[in-house]
Ligand binder design. Structure first.
Ligand SMILES: [Ca+2]
Length: 526
């Protein structure tokens, strides 16, 4: 029988902040489970907050933002006062995971509550070209099926005005071998209107199409080519500012009705390009604090983070101005780990890898009747769909969000959710070779399809995944692999198959990203 992910179900006995801190000091073992700084006052159900109106939902999704990049998690160099203030006002999760380690599958998971393996949408769109690999990538999907009821559609059913701002990246686009056909790339959105955000439940869309990143369009006026951004902004603006302008304008227009605002930042994905004046500020900070020993020291990234933080501050300020700050659920999270391990302090690996640095994301949730404090229970991106429905007191859609769990009990009281395994499945090549992985009871197993290698880590003792126990603990390895295989069968995962045409000669073989780069270099020489 599975235990509870949270010490036990403890229906709240209210303690004063003083009593609680005293208790935590005397019983430190409690703090690893759920550390809560109890706010004064009784907790009501989220619905009781709504009074005459349903709570708004503001969903802030940052691209490639690992948790360590925020001051409230780990960064010493970056400056994130507004995000830290949001965290101080709400619940900050210390073990939040994304459904995938790359953009498109993680985003599809958030919007559907289904895992990428179940959706058969398992890679960033369009993914890497097939070269002489050991396995053949399955015929995976590059859009979300319209049979699915996406989160914004569920919100519309409840009378919400819905709007999408920023990066969508859920539209079929040519594979890398066709990427030279610029004419095709320029017309992708027009070729696939049915896969745009407007056809998946969003009333309005500012900036969302097939684009995986802002490219060179971070600064005025290049981003004018994104949907509905034509003519917006001025010369001192970057894309983050302009998307925030649009979001602020939407809140002003919709202040009289419940709204669902999905701000899906293009930042802080590469290319890492901050506002020049901010870049200078962080260059000075590095120079003036040469002895500080900063782990992160990229002035451009710090500048992008500052623009992001200002955006969060502006969203909060607007909510306050329209009198809705105390009637809005705010969720702040990322779609996958940091781009590059220079931004990962506390984990191994980064975006695209099977390690914790690939899957860990920040998760901060604040709003009416949400407790203030930390939560160490593991969560995953698919949880947010049912959680939002539950929070606004809408009926859940269990046939839709099959891979998510309602975590409202963790937000509003010292509740519990049933401990459950978490899974990832990536039958592709990019930063890694194809793999599937699972976390079960604090143990993590990773199996690579390319060479059959299995890795096993005890995350409780070894969060940095330094000690591979696959050979020394065959019993645990076998049990977790069975659990993983059973899951892959249940969700109908598409498996990477052996490539009968694979040429194993060293000059031809390519593995992960390095292999791809080598392949591209060889192609250029020809
Ligand atoms: Ca991403």
């Amino acid at each position: 029988m599975q235990g509870l992910a949270n010490s036990q179900v403890r229906r709240r006995k209210w303690l004063s902040p003083f009593t609680w801190s005293l208790l935590m000091a005397r019983v430190p073992s409690l703090s690893f489970i759920v550390t809560l700084v109890i706010t004064i006052g009784l907790v009501a159900s989220p619905l009781q907050v709504a009074e005459s109106r349903q709570p708004n939902v503001v969903f802030l999704l940052v691209d490639d933002l690992g948790p360590d990049e925020l001051v409230c998690y780990a960064s010493k160099f970056h400056e994130t006062p507004n995000i830290d203030a949001l965290a101080a006002k709400g619940m900050r999760f210390t073990q939040a995971y994304s459904g995938a380690t790359l953009c498109s599958p993680s985003r599809a998971a958030l919007l559907t509550g289904r895992s990428p393996a179940r959706l058969h949408l398992t890679d960033w769109i369009p993914g890497q070209v097939q070269i002489n690999r050991k396995t053949v990538t399955p015929d995976w999907q590059t859009h979300v099926d319209h049979e699915r009821i996406l989160l914004p559609e569920a919100m519309k059913e409840r009378g919400y005005s819905t709007a999408f701002f920023g990066k969508w990246h859920l539209i079929p686009r040519p594979r890398p071998q066709d990427a030279g056909k610029k004419k095709i790339l320029a017309n992708i959105a027009a070729m696939h209107p049915k896969h745009m955000p407007e056809k998946h439940g969003f009333d309005e869309n500012f900036g969302g199409d097939h684009s995986p990143n802002q490219g060179r369009n971070f600064f005025y006026p290049a981003y004018h080519k994104f949907p509905n951004l034509k003519g917006k902004g001025s010369e001192d603006k970057c894309l983050t500012d302009v998307l925030t302008d649009c979001a602020v304008d939407f809140m002003e227009r919709k202040k009289g009705e419940p709204f669902f605002l999905y701000l899906s930042y293009y930042t802080v994905h590469g290319p890492i390009t901050g506002k020049p004046e901010y870049v200078k500020k962080y260059q000075r900070k590095l120079e003036e604090n040469a002895d500080a020993g900063y782990y992160m020291k990229n002035p451009n990234k710090a500048a992008m983070i500052q623009s992001l933080d200002e955006s969060v501050g502006r969203v909060m300020a607007k909510l306050k101005q329209i009198g809705q700050l105390e009637n809005t659920l705010i969720i702040f999270t990322g779609d996958n780990g940091s781009q590059g391990d220079e931004f990962v302090v506390n984990f191994r690996g980064n975006k695209g890898t099977a390690y914790e640095g690939g899957t860990r994301v920040p998760l901060i949730v604040a709003g009416p009747n949400i407790q203030t404090g930390l939560c160490d229970v593991r969560t995953i991106g698919m949880d947010l769909y049912p959680t939002i429905l539950s929070y606004i007191n809408a009926p859940l859609k269990p046939k839709e969000h099959l891979d998510g769990v309602d975590i409202t009990s963790l937000l509003t009281s010292i509740g519990a959710i049933k401990d459950r395994p978490l899974y990832w499945h990536y039958p592709h090549y990019d930063e890694t070779t194809p793999y599937s992985s699972a976390i079960v009871d604090g143990w993590k197993v990773v199996r690579y399809a390319d060479d059959g290698k299995v890795e096993l880590y005890n995350l409780k003792n070894d969060p940095m995944e330094k000690k591979d126990l696959a050979e020394t603990n065959p019993k645990k390895r076998k049990a977790l692999l069975k659990n993983l295989d059973d899951h892959l069968t249940v969700v109908g995962a598409q498996l990477a198959q052996p490539n009968p045409n694979h040429d194993p000669s060293p000059s031809k073989y390519s593995g992960g990203i390095r292999g791809f780069k080598a392949w591209k270099a060889r192609r250029r020489k020809k």
